[in-house]
Design a protein around this ligand. Structure first.
Ligand SMILES: NC(=O)c1ccc[n+]([C@@H]2O[C@H](COP(=O)([O-])OP(=O)(O)OC[C@H]3O[C@@H](n4cnc5c(N)ncnc54)[C@H](O)[C@@H]3O)[C@@H](O)[C@H]2O)c1
Length: 345
């Protein structure tokens, strides 16, 4: 059987750390056959390092050689490259966030529908074993309808100092669009069919604008730092539920904190680590389900789901319509912080 051919667009950090090793692991089913980067010498180095056959200077030329691409460029280029690929008849796995604006996301979805090609967004947190188990428990009705969800995505003094993460034009924002987006996506998925109604948000970057940073991931230029490093938000939903959100790249806290919890009508759930609480026989019973058996590589599960969807063998786990919802909330948080007003959705 002819193998499914994959190309990588943007041969930087995430392509090398995750997508390339994962596709190479799947060599029974796929061939990682091409790579492209704006920086052609980087693309050549990566091709040589990983034994990738074709290197392109223009991604449009790559579309003739591959069945699907993984788009791993800065956020600003996600929409334009995705649409070009879909129009050329190529399936797309696009890195998160889907795009900087909801308008761009809508154009990407329209292009996927028109072409009939798959558009997946790399919100890999959904594929962590705890997330999958939490989803199954919620689907079984263990916690009932969600009432209050809490998200903390807090890094202690870890501003990414590589690439363009602190550049607003190229990334669209900082800690929220880069890190908080993962836990927002995961929470909305776990909360099932709720629709966001309005959003209040506040963004900060006072800490990262100061000179002489203490940053675990190395020094960065505080003068050109122009995005958020800490964000809080309050989001309400059509079923009366609410979500308390906080994310940061550079919090002054004791240690990193990654936390999603949902308090529901019949019980509650913590995702990291996975714990369930519900009322039984007159008591609130705690159940911890934290033995992870086998390898837990959400990136492999994500790639497998993407390929299976392209081959018509499975439904996508992260649908582009879900990722659009995340982008709408992110935009609303940024707008609310700018205007000082609550933003209706
Ligand atoms: N899923 C995750 O957990 C996760 C983690 C890190 C990064 N990301 C996402 O991956 C993307 C890239 O991040 P990164 O850390 O690899 O950044 P990076 O800066 O290390 O790599 C980006 C690469 O894209 C290339 N590039 C820039 N513009 C391009 C264009 N127009 N066409 C082709 N190539 C272009 C750059 O030369 C660079 O090699 C971002 O969207 C980021 O949000 C996701």
């Amino acid at each position: 059987m002819k193998k499914f051919r994959i190309g990588i667009i943007g041969a930087g950090g995430i392509a090398k750390a995750r997508h390339i090793p994962v596709f190479l692991k799947m060599k029974e089913k796929v061939t990682l056959s091409a790579v492209q980067d704006l920086n052609e010498s980087r693309a050549r180095e990566v091709a040589e390092e990983y034994g990738i056959e074709h290197v392109f200077s223009d991604y449009r030329d790559m579309f003739l050689e591959v069945d699907a691409v993984a788009i791993c460029t800065p956020n600003k280029f996600h929409a334009e490259i995705t649409i070009a690929a879909l129009e050329a008849g190529v399936h797309v796995l696009c890195e998160k966030p889907m795009a900087i604006s909801a308008v761009e996301c809508e154009a990407m979805i329209a292009s996927s529908k028109k072409s009939g090609k798959v558009l997946a967004i790399a919100y890999h947190y959904r594929f962590k074993k705890e997330s999958q188990a939490a989803k199954r428990a919620i689907e079984k009705g263990e916690i009932g309808e969600s009432i209050v969800t809490r998200i903390q995505a807090l890094r202690r003094r870890k501003v990414p100092n590589w690439g363009v993460f602190t550049n607003k034009e190229l990334q669209g924002g900082g800690s929220l669009i880069d890190y908080g987006c993962h836990l927002l996506d995961l929470s909305l998925w776990l909360m099932e069919d709720v629709k966001p109604v309005d959003v209040v948000g506040k963004t900060y970057n006072r800490l990262s604008k100061q000179p002489n940073q203490v940053n675990e991931w190395g020094s960065f230029d505080h003068e050109t730092f122009e995005v958020d490093d800490h964000v809080t938000s309050y989001i309400t939903f059509d079923n009366g539920a609410s979500l308390l959100f906080e994310c940061s790249w550079s919090a002054n806290i004791k240690s990193d904190a990654e936390h999603v919890s949902i308090s529901g009508v019949d019980g509650g759930i913590n995702v990291f680590p996975l714990e369930l609480y519900h009322a039984k026989d007159g008591m609130l019973v705690n159940r911890t389900e934290q033995t992870i058996l086998g390898e837990d590589n959400p990136w492999v599960s994500q790639a497998e789901n993407f390929i299976a969807a392209c081959l018509g063998e499975a439904a996508l786990v992260v649908k582009p319509e879900d990722a659009l919802k995340v982008t709408k909330i992110i935009e609303a948080i940024y707008r609310s912080s700018e205007t000082g007003e609550k933003v209706p959705l």
